[in-house]
Design a protein around this ligand. Sequence first.
Ligand SMILES: [Fe+2]
Length: 352
Amino acid sequence: MYLIPKRVRRKLWAAAFACLSLLVILWWQQPVLAQDRVVNMYSARHYDTDNAIYENFTRRTGIKVNIVSADAAQLIQRIRSEGANSPADLLVTVDAGNLWRAQEAGLLQPVRSPILERVVPANLREPEGHWFALTKRARVIMYNKDRVLPTEIQNYEDLANPKWRGRIISRTSSHVYNQSLTGSVLAANGPAVTEQWARGVVANFRRPPNGNDTAQIRAIASGEADITFVNTYYLPRLVKSKSPAEQEAAKKIGVIFPNQKGRGTHINISGAGVVKTARNRQAAVQLLEYLVSAEAQEVLAKSNNEYPVRAGVTLDPVLASYGRFKEDRLNAAIIGRNNSEALKIMDRAGWR
Ligand SMILES: [Fe+2]
């Protein structure tokens, strides 16, 4: 032992100590690294074709994706009641209104990512990074081609024109899509004009609001009313339906992108945010970044006939056949924030 000079002995001790410290650090880090091999996604998107995306992500990264499916309200409630113990890492849902609600409930955390900031246009992500759009949909006017000329109606504002008395149908005001549309009218025209508009739209209703977007399109095709406003992807669904009756119904419908000479057509999104208590934050951000990659965007957009959020991705041919249009560039966060005031306005206007 004393054959080793004191100076060398000291160095050997120091080296041994350094090795030991490194082992302790690695051991300490190991559970964190292991945790990041999975990401728990709570999703209100429920398209089977989306599964291919998650399989590809796992193949590329080794990160497994666990999916809990339910509608937005259920998922938000679930994360709330799970509290700090929630296994949720990523919340995926449709409509800026729902993403805003999750953010308001304090369930999401801000994320900075050069990839997400480059790919997702600024108006389609929450300014602090609480959520990001994955796909876009437009809420357009659809009409019966036998009863309306496309030149007769051009703007959302025209839906309140007394010319359309008894000729318009809509789903209820309790649905987030209509709250977001009204929220965009509110941002453009202010509360007084928006309330007047909502009263005019209600006065034009053929029947009390009911049914989903598909039900409105079917009713227009059957001649129950002439005009409605719905999300773009519902018509391609009918066009591609296996039912000949639905294909026939789709042929009777024309599409108008409103407000082309002004602010543009109202755009909404499907999107996602990282949950505040996420244990696999890194993996969740990685999955978000993958979801806006060219290969994932192609599948995401096609699975529900939506517009990809990434530029340069090919559109579904049926969706593309409706033509190019000017989009309202209003920030989706403002649409979300306006939801509750929009609902109050619709309530006062008698929009059930
Ligand atoms: Fe929908």
